[in-house]
Design a protein around this ligand. Structure first.
Ligand code: MG
Length: 444
């Protein structure tokens, strides 16, 4: 046997390359490098496309990445409910030409280069498109390895994913009944809201409408009624439903920052599990002031797109739960780095997970939840029968715990023909305007 063959047999391709150089044989150098990187057979991306569907009336966008291995493809979530069409264009017209022909295995390299391929970056449209490609590549890698993605991320840290559910109502009795039903279903963590965000029904005086300003369909809220109504709600639920249930609440950035600080201080006696989004992203500077005033746990981040929005808050221990929307930040590859950053500062995860995340995205959330030590809580969602027909293998929730299936990858598939029967709603899906009684726009 030739010395070169022996080295190859031992898997020492690099040594073969070195030996080839010594002999001045260029062909041996080339085969040596190939041997050194030998692993799974090289596969190329052959197609990337956005699939838009709305089986639950919510505009979902899923990216499907095909490979040079017949039948092997991956799915990723790129759902931006309020602007789905620009995401689809970014995927079909820009990411597809960028990705086709590239190696399916090199996810991080693909992410880094796709991220900067637009030069300008970190916006929600391009981040969602990038997430679709990124998650689809993780799905493919799981299928290639014949493992669920959580195994690729290090394996399970817990048997299932603890979840919170939403409870709301227009009056205190309705909210209480909703909480009691959720507790009967096994939930231990419950988000309580009085009507919509900002409790608009508590504010009767829409003076701007009487003056003919803005649109009659706009919602109205005011800080005082919302703050008093929220305190009343916590008092009622704690006194009727007890102390054992963990209560969460989302301020949704609706009130002036100093009023949010005052409200959170006054909520201390009801020991909330967390209070979410006290400030809009533009008011990040208020978190230090909040921390100086209260130790109520704070969750923040569903509107974040740019690392500069979360890195400082986490590393300075100014929040307790990071709540980014994984497709909005560019996918699983970014989220796992955020989780690792959070571990060193004991900031826990609470990935955004309402209806405007596709089942593929919920699966990605849950796979990461299973594998990270500093998991906090997961927002859970109910998938309708139609959604489960379009997306087979959806995560399931039982007794307040979410479970993923054990199929390789994320374990979720899509029936494209059925998906096409649920086109996007005609209405473009704007986030509805909310105003103060004088007509001033309120930021969500
Ligand atoms: Mg929220």
């Amino acid at each position: 046997m030739d010395r070169r063959d022996i080295l190859k047999g031992l898997g020492l391709g690099a040594a073969v390359g070195a030996w080839g150089i010594a002999r001045g044989a260029d062909d041996a150098v080339a085969s040596g490098y190939a041997q050194a990187t030998k692993g799974l057979p090289s596969l190329k991306i052959t197609d990337v496309k956005a699939i838009l569907t709305a089986p639950q009336g919510i505009r979902l966008c899923v990216v499907k990445v095909q490979t040079s291995e017949p039948g092997l493809y991956g799915l990723g979530c790129a759902t931006f409910n309020q602007r789905p069409l620009p995401v689809a264009v970014a995927v079909d017209e820009y990411l597809k030409p960028f990705a086709v022909g590239r190696d399916v295995d090199n996810i991080e390299d693909m992410w880094q280069n796709a991220y900067t391929s637009s030069y300008w970056r970190n916006g929600p449209v391009l981040n969602n498109a990038l997430s679709g490609l990124d998650q689809a590549l993780w799905d493919i890698k799981g299928k290639r390895a014949n493992m669920p993605v959580y195994q690729l991320l290090g394996g399970k840290c817990r048997f299932a994913v603890d979840c919170y559910t939403h409870c709301s109502g227009r009056d205190l009795k309705q909210i209480e009944q909703s909480v009691r039903r959720a507790m009967e279903r096994g939930y231990r963590h419950i988000r309580i809201q009085r009507g919509g965000y900002g409790s608009p029904h508590l504010t009767k005086q829409a003076h701007y409408k009487e003056a003919g300003f803005a649109s009659a369909s706009d919602s109205t809220m005011e800080t005082g009624p919302y703050v008093r109504g929220t305190l009343e709600m916590f008092e009622h639920i704690r006194s009727t439903c007890g102390d054992a249930v963990e209560l969460l609440h989302d301020i949704h950035e609706r009130i002036p920052p100093i009023e949010a600080i005052n409200l959170i201080k006054r909520l201390e006696p009801y020991h909330p599990f967390f209070i979410e989004d006290p400030f809009s992203p533009e008011d990040n500077g208020y978190f230090r002031l909040l921390r100086q005033q209260t130790s109520v746990p704070i969750a923040m981040g569903e509107l974040y797109n740019n690392p500069h929005e979360w890195v400082g808050l986490m590393s300075e221990r100014l929040i307790d739960f990071i709540r980014v929307h994984i497709s909005q930040i560019g996918g699983l590859s970014v989220a796992r780095k955020i989780a690792a950053l959070g571990e060193w500062f004991n900031v826990r995860s609470a990935w955004h997970g309402p209806g405007d995340v596709s089942p593929v995205g919920h699966a990605a959330n849950a796979h990461l939840d299973l594998a990270i030590w500093n998991f906090g809580i997961q927002e859970s969602v109910h998938f309708s029968d139609k959604t489960q027909e379009v997306f087979s293998g959806c995560p399931t929730v039982k007794e307040g715990y979410m479970y993923v299936n054990e199929a390789p990858g994320f374990g979720v598939d899509i029936d494209e023909k059925l998906a096409a029967k649920f086109p996007l709603p005609d209405h473009p899906g704007y986030w509805s305007p909310v105003r103060r009684p004088d007509g001033t726009a309120v930021r969500p």
